[in-house]
Design a binder for this molecule. Structure first.
Ligand SMILES: [Zn+2]
Length: 377
């Protein structure tokens, strides 16, 4: 087995689904980084279930006497989505037809193996500028580890390369992700006498008609780099009422929107609040509230950034965008220009039979070697 395959096999063998503590995989990464003469530091926190989660930072040519300024950070998340216990290959990396199968092989342990191999392969005595490896926790459950780092600000990277399966296409911008729950109240009554109450479902329906019009208006603000090139809005879940012959006392629905990076998350939230206020204007009895629970912003790195040009040159693939959230947004908060790239296809992740193509895995390591040598040399 080549070194990169061996490393990936070792990473996949450590079960690191988000529900568990990632301490075992962090311990493994600490040892690997120490063997490369990098200094490491843990940034631990407790998740909502009281389980210890750790972000790990490893540095070359810098130390932790203050928040280090580093030229380049390679960022990979250590957690994976859960797997079917009947999938024998999940923690036992298996090679077949030029592909490596296992949970996390594609998302995102492949990138981590490529990053470790890249640092191992280059002539580290030639590096003049600081380099960091950042290993995060809880990416799959809401980018929580990266958000923790964005708040602590323990490092100032000038450029970051964030691992995610993109089939090695450099991604220079991503949409944000916002979530809210809308609660509309009514008054229960026997359905034979509707005048005695007010249906929360009829009220919610009127509000939803307004929200659909808002979704249509959002198409006016264009960001042509994206597909679709505007903020999208979805009502994915709705629940209300207790029986067919009772006026519904309450109706709740979830509202999700993916803002283009030039638009703050609060823009849609304000439109929704205005729509609720309008309904109240028509019907003084109307009662509705919108409770936002998530407002992850997007990110955008200019297409002429040296980082983007370098990644396009290294891969031969023009940079693009994605419509989902990544840790690049948090790295941008830390002050860096960011790009997302990695081996494997996101459509092959998050399912039984997840795999990474070996040639892409090896090419990713070469791309990272070139990035480190050019930016930190
Ligand atoms: Zn991922």
């Amino acid at each position: 087995m080549t070194d990169i395959k061996k490393t990936l096999a070792q990473l996949v063998a450590i079960d690191s689904v988000s529900a568990r503590s990632n301490a075992p995989i962090v311990e493994y990464l600490e040892q690997r980084c120490a063997a490369l003469n990098m200094v490491t530091k843990r940034f631990a926190y407790l998740d909502e279930h009281g389980i210890e989660k750790i972000n790990l930072i490893a540095l070359a040519n810098a130390d932790f006497s203050g928040p280090p300024n580093v030229e380049l950070a390679l960022v990979g998340h250590t957690d994976t989505v859960p797997y079917d216990p009947n999938w024998a290959e999940a923690t036992n990396l298996t090679e077949r037809d030029g592909k490596l199968y296992g949970r996390g092989s594609c998302d995102t342990k492949g990138f981590i193996a490529a990053a470790l191999t890249a640092v191992e392969t280059i002539d580290r005595s030639q590096l003049r500028k600081p380099l960091a490896l950042i290993f995060t926790a809880d990416e799959e459950v809401g980018l929580l580890g990266a958000k923790e780092l964005a708040q602590l600000k323990p490092i100032n990277p000038r450029y970051s390369i964030v691992g995610e399966p993109t089939s090695l296409k450099p991604i220079r911008a991503g949409k944000g992700y916002s979530l809210a729950e809308v609660i509309v109240k009514g008054r229960e009554a026997h359905s034979a006498y509707p005048a005695l109450g007010a249906s929360a479902i009829f009220r919610a329906a009127r509000l939803i008609t307004r929200l659909e019009a808002i979704a249509d208006d959002l198409k006016q603000e264009l960001h042509p780099a994206f597909d679709p090139p505007f903020t999208t809005l979805n009502i994915g879940l709705i629940r209300g009422g207790t029986a067919k012959n009772v006026l519904a006392g309450e109706c709740r629905f979830t509202l999700e929107w993916r803002p283009i990076p030039t638009q703050p998350s609060s823009h849609v939230l304000n439109l929704v609040k205005t729509a609720i206020a309008d309904e109240q204007g028509h019907d003084p009895d109307f009662e509705g509230e919108c409770n936002a629970s998530r407002a992850d912003f997007g990110f955008e790195t200019a297409s002429d950034s040296p980082l983007i040009s370098l990644m396009e040159e290294a891969t031969g693939i023009p940079a693009g965008t994605v419509a989902f959230g990544t840790e690049a947004a948090q790295m941008t908060t830390l002050g860096s220009e960011s790009v997302v790239i990695g081996p494997g296809d996101i459509r092959d992740a998050h399912r039984t039979g997840e795999f990474v193509p070996i040639d892409e895995l090896e090419r990713c390591s070469q791309v990272l070697q070139m990035a480190i040598t050019r930016l930190c040399g």
